[in-house]
Write a protein that binds this ligand. Structure first.
Ligand SMILES: Cc1cc2nc3c(=O)[nH]c(=O)nc-3n(C[C@H](O)[C@H](O)[C@H](O)COP(=O)(O)OP(=O)(O)OC[C@H]3O[C@@H](n4cnc5c(N)ncnc54)[C@H](O)[C@@H]3O)c2cc1C
Length: 416
């Protein structure tokens, strides 16, 4: 855990020294990510036996700061690195770990998460996408939705129904599916913030080899719970190939530069920095109301930083991140007033405020909604009674078709 006194951790000097000796903007992204993988500094929370340093989640803020001050390119990041590797480490076979983890460590592959469906988001265990065994393969039919990064992904973590005659949680299997095949159609969705980061994915007789099933047959819910646990806890940081062709063969220094320029309109930009920039630019720097709002946002930004250094409390951290996003967007918008409706200006600040404002609603939905996180906190932290689990023991086939939830059924995304 990070020290609340901000005393440097012992390894901070180590990562700084390593970056000073190894960061080279003139090598390719491929060569740089290979160096990062070998050093363990690209994924410091992974085990030392798997391209990591075995450090806890609290390292992220300081490692990122070291990369920023060295001007170095961050590690590869996608669902594969964030959620796929921890899931494979917990449930994958040795063969699956040896096949996939090195490729993800070096950024040779990017993955996405094919969990949500039109009728199964919070109620994830009611997924209807079907997997039917065919010799050494599975044939997959169904539809997934809101799949972040699908367009840039080589593979996806897939939850599919392999037995409809047992209760919904007991008939799911977890797969790693190759997306580059004829049975997979990816249709980008246009978002209100102007981006098209996620897609609908249609699976029509898509194929998955049996050796890409993770965990046991019909044991997919247990595997998915590991993925969901990490989804609440991880702090995404690094480089995803979004829109960058031939990323691995580009000069590493050029990608750092294009990221800096891209930050101006990136919906993932740091909300606190946007508020502070808006305040510096505002003519309300002496206004006590504005000062108080900025101070309040700053305090919440610091709380977010400290929560980010804790290895536990994923739901609390996620709830706080979504509250901070909303607070920051409101404060920044108030500071720059009508300009906040514009998409950009000469120094890009105005566009960042607009992008932030149109992006924050997603924070309270993705990775399990705020309501679901509150349920988890209520039941597991405060010990409140569990929600009624109507339909939980009925065979999936007997659940109400279409909605897949009998009246009164509750969400079970993220529930144990
Ligand atoms: C930006 C973004 C990226 C995403 N990326 C991915 C991705 O990569 N892969 C993926 O699989 N999915 C992804 N999702 C989908 C996301 O996980 C779901 O949208 C989310 O889990 C909610 O499910 P839903 O949309 O079906 O809403 P529903 O589950 O239908 O919920 C509707 C409303 O009802 C509330 N509600 C539901 N159940 C309960 C309950 N038991 N108690 C109280 N309130 C409840 C919800 O909080 C919500 O307000 C993404 C979503 C967003 C916004």
């Amino acid at each position: 855990m990070s020290s609340t006194q901000d005393a440097p951790e012992p390894w901070t000097a180590e990562v700084e020294t390593w970056l000073a000796a190894n960061w080279d903007p003139d090598i390719t992204v491929r060569a740089w990510w290979d160096r990062l993988a070998t050093s363990g500094w690209g994924q410091p929370t992974w085990p030392t036996t798997w391209f990591g340093r075995g450090l806890d989640i609290g390292v992220h803020a300081s490692v990122r700061a070291a990369f920023d001050s060295a001007g170095a390119l961050g590690p590869p990041v996608s669902i594969g690195q964030l959620l796929g590797v921890p899931t494979l480490l917990a449930h994958g076979t040795a063969a699956q770990q040896h096949l996939f983890i090195p490729r993800l460590a070096r950024g040779e592959e990017m993955w996405c998460q094919l969990f949500s469906e039109p009728d199964s988001g919070s109620d994830l265990a009611s997924a209807r996408t079907r997997a039917v065994r065919d010799g050494d393969e599975w044939i997959i039919d169904g539809q997934k939705v809101w799949v972040s990064g699908a367009r840039w992904s080589n593979r996806g973590l897939l939850l599919a129904r392999t037995d409809a005659d047992v209760p919904k949680h007991a008939g799911l299997t977890f797969f790693v599916i190759d997306l580059d095949q004829p049975g997979v159609e990816i249709r980008p969705l246009h978002q209100m913030n102007g981006e098209s980061g996620f897609s609908e994915v249609f699976l029509t007789r898509a194929r998955v080899p049996q050796d890409q099933a993770v965990g046991s047959l019909n044991g997919g819910w247990t595997v998915a719970l590991t993925t969901l646990l990490y989804e609440r806890s991880v702090i995404p940081w690094g480089v995803n190939p979004e829109g960058t062709d031939d990323l691995l063969d580009r000069r590493a220094g050029d990608i750092v530069l294009s990221q800096r320029i891209g930050e101006a309109s990136d919906s993932r930009a740091d909300p606190l920095s946007i508020v502070l920039d808006s305040f510096s630019r505002s003519d309300r720097r002496s206004d006590p109301v504005a000062r108080q709002a900025v101070a309040q946002t700053y305090v919440h930004g610091e709380i977010a930083r400290w929560l980010g250094g804790r290895a536990v409390g994923g739901s609390l951290r996620k709830l706080h991140r979504s509250a901070l996003g909303a607070l920051a967007a409101g404060t920044a918008m108030d500071l720059i007033a009508p300009e906040g409706t514009l998409t950009h200006d000469a120094d890009h600040l105005v566009g960042r405020v607009q992008k932030l404002t149109l992006s924050v609603p997603s924070l309270s939905i993705k990775g399990g909604t705020d309501e679901i996180q509150r349920n988890i906190v209520g039941e597991r932290v405060l010990g409140l009674p569990r929600e009624p689990q109507i339909g939980r023991d009925l065979p999936f086939r007997e659940l109400e078709v279409g909605i897949q939830r009998p009246a009164g059924a509750v969400s079970d995304r993220n529930q144990h």
